[in-house]
Design a binder for this molecule. Structure first.
Ligand code: NAD
Length: 342
């Protein structure tokens, strides 16, 4: 008994917020034999739920946890020293406050960019070729093809906004369709673009000439509502928009107006502006209180998935592996894996 207590005492206690069964499964398996004591919480981190990290040295969070200043102050008061994001995006953490409070922040910068890029293309294909509607129809023994006309991606202009890890793979996949792929990124990668015959252009030209827009940029103050009523008005009539990045990159009210007017031809979303508290939850049987999401869901030319682009075996394994490595390296006093600290 005493040995067991000693062993537990020497372990690194981690409070894991917003945990689903797959998080537990992959984290527990990857940490086998490591001195980590997991404390899994299904609820998300916020200033209100920070006290559940009592006794933990680190908290492990995901995309919709809210590590704002008030929350970080509460964590600092509990002596939490590390926030380990099990995702790439970090817009939900107040990095300035974390630095001031002496809380290190680490993330998993790249787990499987293929998972997200492949999902973006998969969403576009389903939406354009109406596979989601055909699936339901055929199950009802309705074998009619009326209303299921799509378009070839071949020969279309695909505009990739953000050519980081995910955007580059999405661009390469679209090139495989023999689409004309153009891209905008404030930090272009000309060698890569030459290799894959991708043309960089400015954002205005990209918006005005793309038949398909795919967003692969981070959410920061400057990119919030990148697609708004003004910018959407400059896009090509009938444009298809794919967003697997962050919901707040698009002004939902403006998007709905453009769908209603018919200016936007189709929208595939894996992320939604107000997804927090909705996505990742089973709300079936409940009343959906978000009017804009309800509205989006009834458009026949809108396809929404619930932030699942990352959800592949390969990505979850890598998230668990890097998260555990980050935690252990922090406990050893660093240094962190290159690129994981913020
Ligand atoms: P990354 O950091 O590798 O690349 C982002 C790129 O965007 C960079 O090249 C950067 O220069 C560029 N960029 C920055 N500001 C820009 C702007 N104003 N206009 C155009 N480009 C700009 O990031 P990544 O790993 O490729 O991730 C891309 C997005 O995907 C992020 O928003 C991330 O949060 C999101 N993501 C979503 C999921 C999901 O499951 N849906 C999973 C992982 C990542």
């Amino acid at each position: 008994m005493a040995d067991e207590a000693k062993e537990i005492e020497s372990m690194i206690e981690i409070a894991v917020y917003d945990t689903k069964t797959y998080d537990r499964e992959f984290l527990v398996r990857a940490a086998s034999g490591e001195p980590i004591l997991w404390r899994f919480h299904e609820f998300r981190l916020s200033a209100d739920t920070a006290p559940a990290a009592q006794g933990a040295k680190a908290v492990c969070i995901f995309v919709n946890d809210q590590a704002d200043r008030a929350c970080l102050e509460a964590l600092a008061a509990l002596n939490v020293k590390l926030i380990a994001l099990r995702c790439a995006g970090y817009n939900n953490v107040d990095l300035t406050a974390a630095r001031e409070l002496g809380i290190a922040v680490v993330r998993v910068p790249a787990y499987s960019p293929h998972a997200v890029a492949e999902h973006a293309v998969g969403l576009l294909l389903s939406l354009n070729r109406k596979i989601h509607r055909a699936y339901n129809r055929v199950r009802e023994l309705n074998f009619s093809l009326s209303g299921l006309v799509g378009f070839d991606i071949h020969g279309k202009t695909v505009g990739i906004i953000g050519t980081g890890r995910i955007g580059r793979i999405a661009a390469q996949i679209f090139s495989g369709f023999e689409a004309k792929v153009i891209a905008y990124d404030p930090i272009p990668m000309p060698d890569w673009a030459n290799t894959y015959h991708i043309q960089y252009t400015d954002l205005n030209t990209l918006l005005a000439t793309s038949d398909i827009l795919s967003l692969h940029l981070p959410l920061v103050a400057e990119t919030r509502h990148l697609l708004n009523s003004q910018t959407i008005a400059t896009t090509k009539p009938g444009v298809f928009i794919v967003n697997t990045s962050r919901g707040k990159l698009i002004d939902t009210t403006a998007l709905i107006a453009a769908l209603k007017s018919g200016h936007v031809g189709g929208v595939a979303l894996d992320v939604y502006e107000e997804e927090e508290g909705i996505f990742f939850q089973d709300l079936s049987g409940q009343v959906l209180l978000d009017d804009e999401l309800s509205h989006l869901l009834i458009f026949p030319n809108v396809l929404i998935t619930s932030h699942q682009a990352f959800l592949t075996y390969e990505a979850l394994s890598e998230i668990a592996r890097v998260t555990i490595k980050n935690i252990l390296q922090f406990d050893d006093g660093g240094p962190f894996l290159e690129g994981t600290t913020l």
